[in-house]
Design a binder for this molecule. Structure first.
Ligand code: HEC
Length: 149
């Protein structure tokens, strides 16, 4: 191989690697949703989950997510894997949050999740869950976090 074809060869490798990388990054970002959700007020926004996240806490959160939460279990809209694709999600605008989207979820603080679960997001499918006690809401927060861990 002369030095010119070696140059072409190496350039091709660099270009392919670059394309692969950008495609990969674009895919990772693809899941980011436009959030219509209002921001939790004051210090609550930045509050971290006060519960120690144990397997028992996650299991309790899972129960509420799948079945227990009233008036409607989270799974109906947010889906079994938290991807925002539950049975009732079809045609819903805005879409239910995709909890499996790590790049998005890592920027949403625990307190924000808590507040929206409690109060809902007006004008969207996301209702407030006043029937859940604060402890139960933190259990659900612990559960939905593990979709992107
Ligand atoms: C009837 C459908 C539906 C049900 C049931 C539902 N959600 Fe949602 N949820 C939505 C929609 C739609 C959004 C997006 C709202 C928006 O962007 O403003 C959302 C958004 C959220 C958010 C996003 C908060 C943010 O600031 O980005 C969280 C957290 C959430 N839901 C948790 C839950 C939990 C936990 C349950 C069960 C206790 C639940 N949801 C039940 C439809 C639903």
């Amino acid at each position: 191989m002369n030095s010119f074809s070696r140059f072409i060869y190496l350039s091709a490798i660099v270009i392919v690697a670059f394309l692969f990388l950008t495609a990969h990054l674009a895919l990772a970002d693809d899941c980011v949703q436009k959030r219509m959700t209002p921001q939790a007020p004051g210090d609550l926004y930045k509050q971290t989950n006060p519960l120690e996240v144990t397997p028992e806490i996650i299991a309790a959160g899972e129960k509420l997510y799948i079945k227990g939460a009233k008036p409607l279990a989270c799974i109906q809209c947010h889906g079994a894997k938290g991807e925002g694709d539950g049975k009732m999600a079809k045609g819903m605008k805005p879409n239910p949050r995709n909890f499996a989207c790590k790049v998005m979820m890592q920027d949403i603080p625990d307190g924000q999740l808590f507040w929206v679960i409690k109060n809902g997001s007006k004008g969207t499918g996301m209702m407030g869950f006043k029937t859940l006690k604060d402890d139960q809401i933190w259990q659900v927060v612990s559960y939905i976090r593990q979709f992107s861990n």
